[in-house]
Design a protein around this ligand. Structure first.
Ligand SMILES: [Fe+2]
Ligand SMILES: [Fe+2]
Length: 249
């Protein structure tokens, strides 16, 4: 299986021609050139992502701190476990996106990945802000690590985590593609399955600040899906049969 070449860092010999630009295995200078992009959709993506800028503390969670003790034990349990699941997912995204970016040689795509990484960090901070507001420090720490003690959450996270870990060891184009698809599953299935619960609470006029936080996070996640969908489609377009033999056109 073909191995990917790591993106060069300081590389004055890199090509500045748009037609030479490649998603992977290209020869980039790493210059952030906003006017000459091979992937035209990046301009819209970039603008949208910048327009979505927000910080978790914009939302007042005072009412949630009063609602939380009034939730049923089942609702509180679900709130804690889903929050723990989501904070893990955003944390591993923050850690893994730079690992993907190291092998992307189209600078406009790396710009998007840098913004996405920042947003995943903000998302994990928003869960922390929610926990800090609604519970005591001891409970907060206990909730934060439920993702590794609960067998169901751990099994789900292991599926994605193993695919990410595989790409840490194996720099083949196939392991890269699996990591990119795992990213898409995480963003498109895992996150949304967690968001549903908060929206449901919000519809019942419970924890409305939390559901607003989730709404902002969800808006960012939509753009992340847009980004990875396009990365996958561009890889497919630019593929060579030896790199991705099983991808259908
Ligand atoms: Fe996120
Ligand atoms: Fe995301």
């Amino acid at each position: 299986m073909e191995q990917l070449k790591k993106r060069p860092l300081f590389n004055p010999e890199g090509s500045v021609e748009v037609r030479d630009r490649r998603m992977i295995n290209g020869n980039t200078t790493n210059l952030n050139d906003f006017n000459n992009m091979k992937y035209g959709w990046v301009s819209d993506w970039y603008r949208q992502a910048m327009n979505n800028f927000w910080i978790p503390e914009e939302i007042n969670l005072l009412r949630d701190s009063k609602d939380y003790p009034l939730l049923s034990p089942g609702e509180r349990r679900a709130y804690d476990k889903i929050l723990s699941f989501l904070v893990f997912l955003d944390s591993i995204q923050t850690a893994n996106l730079p690992a993907i970016s190291e092998y992307i040689t189209a600078n406009e795509i790396n710009l998007c990945l840098a913004i996405q990484t920042f947003q995943e960090a903000v998302h994990s901070q928003s869960y922390s802000y929610m926990l800090d507001t609604i519970c005591e420090p001891q409970t907060r720490n206990e909730v934060l690590y439920q993702w590794k003690n609960d067998p169901h959450l751990l099994a789900r996270n292991t599926f994605i985590g193993d695919l990410y870990n595989e790409f840490q060891k194996d720099k083949s184009s196939r392991a890269f593609l699996k990591a990119v698809v795992a990213n898409f599953i995480l963003e498109g299935v895992y996150f949304y399955s967690g968001f549903m619960f908060f929206y449901n609470l919000g519809r019942n006029h419970k924890m409305t600040g939390s559901s607003q936080e989730i709404r902002y996070i969800n808006r960012d996640e939509n753009t992340h899906l847009w980004l990875f969908r396009n990365i996958i489609l561009e890889l497919k377009k630019g593929r060579t049969p030896t790199v991705y033999p099983r991808m259908r056109q």
